[in-house]
Design a protein around this ligand. Sequence first.
Ligand code: GTP
Ligand code: MG
Ligand code: NA
Length: 345
Amino acid sequence: AKRTTDKLRSPICAVLGHVDTGKTKLLDKIRRSHVQDGEAGGITQQIGATYIPTDEIERQTAKVKKGSKFEIKVPGLLVIDTPGHESFSNLRSRGSSLCNMAVLVVDIMHGIEPQTAESLEMLRKRKAPFVIALNKVDRLNGWIRTPNTPIQLALKKQKQPAIQDFETRLDHIKLQFAERGINTELYWKNKNIREYVNIVPTSAHTGEGVPDLLFLLVSLTQKMLAKALAYSEELECTVLEVKEVQGYGTTIDVILTNGTLREGDTIVLGGLEGPIVTTARSLLMPAPLKELRVKNAYVLHKEVRAAQGVKIAGKNLEKAVAGLPLYVAHTPEEEEVYKEEAERL
Ligand code: GTP
Ligand code: MG
Ligand code: NA
């Protein structure tokens, strides 16, 4: 398929890390939502997906970009939330395999924890670039809150105890990463983004560093991944969840990584009792900044271009299997080929 780098698709960014480091809260801050408050026990148990459009990124990163000529070329970001609890290793693996770039969230008060290390290994295996969000800076000794401020400005406002606490913890965590063979550096001091992983200190509660995190994701994907983000018509799509939705029956939540899905497409996917061939009757999407995994007022779309999280309604989806690819067949021959593919998996 033809690929052009002047037509970029939205990068997919997965948020990974140990349980309760603040992955969902960071996304809540960006979305101005309260998804985490609605989670049973405050624990994420599914992969989530949220689209952040460029105008929103422009708005939230304005203070960081000030004075620079940086131009946002991607149409938006698709962020994937993953669970940090140890029992959801399969979902972290799925999330990391879908992403172009990852945010590894580390609690600045705790440093590297078991699922931080596990996520790190997954990213290493996939050679996926990532940034480290050193979250919960508001818990540092004597932290002075400066809501939603770029982190360098927020740090300038701090008194000695917070600065001291920050530097001690930062040094310790950099050492922990170094012990695992990963060089890290605060992003504004990082002169070599291919050798050193960027660190961005954040608070999901007060928002310091959150504009920087968004800015980094966009600038790094544009710098490092222009080729990988070239829009391609070749469909790449993965089933995340099989869900009952009132008024639509059984639906599947999918991540469309590349290509275009159209209403009425013949889709082929893996099922518990063999391949399923059906028609994508409706393509439903939450509004921008709304989480796909949370009940929403969905918007119907005639076609959807990658990258996006989409809910597909259609017949015979009850036995669909999560984690497998979804294909679109344009001819009876293609249908047979994809059925064989789906059978093999
Ligand atoms: P899992 O998805 O279950 O792995 O957790 P998570 O990483 O998504 O963390 P979550 O957003 O559920 O936050 C866990 C707890 O940490 C909640 O009580 C949050 O309010 C708190 N928390 C998250 N971010 C921050 C932060 O920046 N500062 C402070 N003080 N607390 C935070
Ligand atoms: Mg979470
Ligand atoms: Na949690």
